[in-house]
Structures are given as C-alpha cells and as structure tokens.
Design a protein around this ligand. Structure first.
Ligand SMILES: [Zn+2]
Length: 213
C-alpha cells in the first residue's frame, strides 16, 4: 500500500519528482521543514523519518528500476541524515563550508548485462551512499544542474527545472515568486527617484530601467 502524502517529502509540496534515481536526493532536501508551505521536518523523529525513507525508497525503486534496500533508522541515524541533508543543500547552493569528507563504501557489479552500484552497510550509511552515488551519476548526465532549491529564503524547496534554458528560480511562482517580486517592486517605489538612479552613468549612455525576472 502506498504511504500518504505527508511522508512523501516532494509530493507534499506538489512538486514533480526529479527523473531517475535523482529523486532520492530531491526527497532528502524536501524532508526539511518549509515555513512557506507549513510543512514539518520529516527527519525530526524516528517514526516520521522511517515513513519518509520507506516512501522515498519506493519512488526511487520505481524510477531507478532497482530493488529497494531495507533500511531501519535509529535515532543516531537521524542525526546523520540531517547532517547529510544540510551538506547536500550547502553543496548544491554553493553555501556549504569545507568540512570533513563524507565517505562511504559501495560495490559496483556487472550482471545480466547491466552495470550498477550495490549499496552496503546499514542505517544512515546506506542512505548516504545512495544519495552520494545518485548525485554523482546525475552530475555526469547533467541532470544534477537542474535540481535546484527555491530562491525564497523562507522556502528552499527542491525542484527539478524543466524550463528550456534552465532559468527557473522559484519552486512555485504563486507561493514564492509573485510575493517576493511584489515586495521588491514596492520597495523600489518607496525609494526616491534620486536614489534609484544608477550611481554613475557615462555621458551618452542611457539609464536602464530596473526589471525583475
Ligand atoms: Zn518556494
């Protein structure tokens, strides 16, 4: 039976899953609490974390065509998973600090005409290797560069950008894009025209009108 949407971190934000095995990376990022969507942190306690992981592995299994590993999470695993989530977010948004290396062990097997990684270990260690391996694979196909986090600081939802030029910055225009654009345009209107002008304009050059993408 399928789990309900409260455990499905990406679906609870009404977002589509990133393609292939990359969905597990997106699910990890979206397990965080998002004030703008009023959703709680799914890694805050063991029961919600386990339900989240089971649901996420189910999606991963369907999309990657792999048998889902059976992973039971302890409270210590939750700490490790929250750390993994913050490091992956920092890495994708380029805001991560240099910390100790995250390492894992995995095997690679060629069988039945198929080359695939095999996960090892238990608990959080399996999730860490799965998330890092899928990130590595997606970084080689270019898919990883389309996995983005919403630019709204109160949001940060992870979405897969399918726009032609990969220019999407909001997980949802109505929830995050419009209110922020509106606030920015109101702030500009409040600023006296003098201060709005570019500090120095070379003679003969035309002043450009500020615009919001
Ligand atoms: Zn957002």
């Amino acid at each position: 039976m399928d789990h309900d949407d409260t455990a499905a971190s990406t679906r609870r934000l009404l977002l589509a899953a990133a393609p292939g095995g990359l969905c597990v990376v997106q699910d990890l990022l979206n397990s965080a609490s998002m004030p703008v969507a009023s959703v709680p942190d799914l890694l805050a306690d063991q029961a919600t974390a386990q339900a989240w992981l089971d649901t996420s592995l189910q999606t991963w299994s369907q999309q990657a065509g792999r048998t889902p590993p059976r992973i039971t999470l302890s409270d210590d695993d939750l700490v490790a998973l929250r750390e993994l989530r913050s490091r992956i977010r920092g890495w994708l948004t380029d805001e991560g600090q240099d910390r100790s290396a995250l390492t894992f062990e995995a095997g690679v097997a060629l069988y039945d005409g198929r080359l695939a990684f095999e996960l090892r270990g238990s608990g959080a260690a399996v999730v860490i290797s799965l998330v890092l391996l899928e990130s590595l694979l997606a970084s080689h196909t270019g898919a990883l560069s389309r996995l983005k986090t919403c630019m709204n600081p109160a949001c940060g939802a992870a979405f897969y950008d399918l726009s032609r030029n990969s220019t999407r910055v909001w997980h949802d225009m109505k929830t995050c894009g419009n209110p922020i654009n509106l606030r920015a345009s109101r702030a500009r209107r409040r600023t006296p025209p003098e201060a709005r002008r570019a500090p120095k304009i070379a003679s003969g050059e035309r002043e450009s009108t500020p615009s919001i993408e």
